[in-house]
Design a protein around this ligand. Structure first.
Ligand code: AMP
Length: 509
């Protein structure tokens, strides 16, 4: 039988599910746990998961947490002679869960659907796909986590429904609005904050505890990596306890490892909620944005689904109740529902489940930089995928022989305020007065949200075609696998203004 797995490659945990008949089942790892900590440690050997997490206090410098936050960035982890990019670190996590799943199922697993936050940019999606390829997986599809969650909830849904998904994980917050009608899932809008999650609540609590420790003992724990690590564990434990209890006593035995006395602090849920109110309120603007983009009012939402471990905090469901005026859905395990949806999508792609069709959208607008450092949109956010769109441009100077195509993703009016996906040049434009050449720039976004850009001089039919790569480009062996031809040079925001940028032509009707 053909098998394909669904993988939720989370900031804090990675979860794998597989279809067993028509039901998604969570696959336990070699340690017998359903959630594998997304932690990698470099010791004499490379450790992944719970074993890596357990030695974190003793080896803070060699333990990597939350690598997902770095996906698509040029960040590097140095360990001895070797350097690891975020894709490689993620690939180590994927390799472990792949191996464990094969051991559990007693058969090889090659194909997978991997989930990403809806708000992930093209570079971050591409990096996730590369991580899968490096781990030896055929990545059939990258899908949005909230979409996966809605799939898990809505598989047997026949009526038309508008669903809003809040996904608050360890590191990211996503809002998605989906329309489900007769088994067709249409994503209407997505929004979010890629720097908001349960980790921020931990950090807030750590700062509070460290302040108390400083006041009582005059010691600064933030200077001591081991103490800081113990504090992180104590804070997360305290936060989780407060989801079920009204108060907790946070124990920090010898938090700095030797000298400081045993510390214990009592914290009530109310105090914790007061300390973190601003973090909770940061969920509101992206929610309003998604509703506005989908042209909906809060009362139009039939179901609010809560996904991600951090939605277990009672303040989150309370806020959902306030905003949508109804009880949110959280009966499926919020840690597992995304992997379950990914397995369902894998089943759909293999033709095991027929009824359901998934239509996803572009999370952020795509466009190019034009004269004056402006951002000119070519495809608007929330356009259903796959999408193709083009626009005509011209030159800004007489006899301009080349144009810079600076590809950007975001919503800001100025190019520098958006994310740079790369820069390439169309050359050999024949000498002509400015405004005369016709340069067609076309964007193609595939179902995984990965972008292809082409620029064509309509007079000479000279053209260039580029697949946008993640920030650092692909290693050579992967480039050949994915058919990438030209590598973009990623540029940091605020680069020198080029004199050979495009000038937009008025839109044709
Ligand atoms: P995820 O990325 O979806 O696995 O979410 C992980 C985040 O959820 C981490 O910040 C966890 O500390 C947090 N979390 C897990 N369980 C709970 C709980 N019962 N109450 C509050 N936060 C939780």
């Amino acid at each position: 039988m053909v098998r394909a797995i669904g993988i939720d490659l989370g900031t804090t945990y990675t979860v794998v599910a597989v279809m067993e008949g028509d039901q998604p089942l969570i696959v336990p790892n070699a340690e017998g746990q359903r959630l594998t900590p997304s932690v990698v440690a470099f010791t004499e050997e490379v450790l992944v998961g719970e074993t890596a997490r357990q030695q974190a206090v003793a080896n803070p410098g060699g333990t990597i947490f939350s690598i997902k936050r770095r996906m698509g960035s040029p960040y590097k982890v140095k360990q001895g002679e070797r350097e690891y990019n975020p894709q490689k670190v993620s690939a180590l996590i994927l390799e472990k869960v792949k191996r464990d799943t094969e051991d559990y199922l007693g058969e090889k697993v090659e194909r997978a659907v991997i989930t990403v936050p809806a708000y992930f940019s093209d570079g971050q999606r591409q990096a996730t796909k590369e991580a899968g390829i490096m781990a030896g997986l055929d990545v059939m599809r990258i899908i949005n986590e909230p979409t996966a969650a809605a799939l898990a909830y809505g598989l047997n849904e026949e009526d038309e429904r508008t669903i809003l998904v809040w996904d608050l994980g360890g590191g990211t917050f996503d809002v998605s609005i989906l329309q489900i009608e007769k088994g067709i899932f249409q994503v209407r809008a997505v929004s979010g904050d890629s720097w908001l999650g349960g980790d921020d609540y931990d950090r807030r609590l750590m700062e509070y505890l460290a302040d108390q420790h400083r006041e009582t003992y005059g010691m600064d724990l933030s200077k001591d990596m081991k103490a800081w690590q113990r504090l992180r564990e104590a804070a997360e434990k305290g936060k989780i306890t407060l989801s079920d209890s009204m108060s907790t006593s946070i124990q920090m035995p010898f938090v700095d490892g030797n000298t400081s006395p045993h510390t214990s602090t009592t914290l009530t849920r109310e105090e914790f909620q007061r300390l973190t109110r601003d973090l909770l309120e940061r969920m509101i603007p992206p929610t309003r944005q998604a509703l506005a983009d989908a042209d909906l009012e809060p009362q139009d939402i039939h179901r609010a689904i809560l996904v991600g471990g951090a939605t277990r905090m009672p303040a989150v469901s309370q806020l959902a109740r306030q905003l949508f005026g109804k009880e949110p859905y959280q009966n499926l395990n919020p840690d597992e529902v995304v992997a379950m949806g990914a397995a369902i999508q894998a089943g759909m792609l293999l033709g095991l489940i027929e009824r359901t069709i998934l239509l996803d959208v572009l999370p952020l607008s795509l466009g190019v930089e034009t004269q004056g450092g402006l951002f000119t949109r070519i495809i608007h956010r929330n356009t259903p995928l796959p999408a193709s769109e083009g626009r005509l441009f011209t030159t800004a100077a007489d006899n301009q022989g080349a144009v810079d195509i600076h590809v950007l993703q975001g919503e800001a009016a100025l190019a520098v305020d958006n994310l740079s996906l790369g820069l390439f040049q169309l050359q050999d434009i024949p000498p002509l007065p400015r405004g005369a050449p016709r340069i067609q720039v076309a964007f193609d976004v595939d179902v995984d949200g990965i972008v292809h850009v082409s620029a064509t001089d309509l007079l000479t039919e000279n053209s260039i075609d580029v697949k946008v790569l993640s920030a650092k480009g692909l290693p050579a062996e992967l480039a050949s696998l994915t058919g990438a031809s030209t590598q973009f040079t990623p540029t940091a925001g605020g680069r020198e203004h080029s004199t050979s940028l495009l000038s937009p032509l008025p839109l044709q009707q």
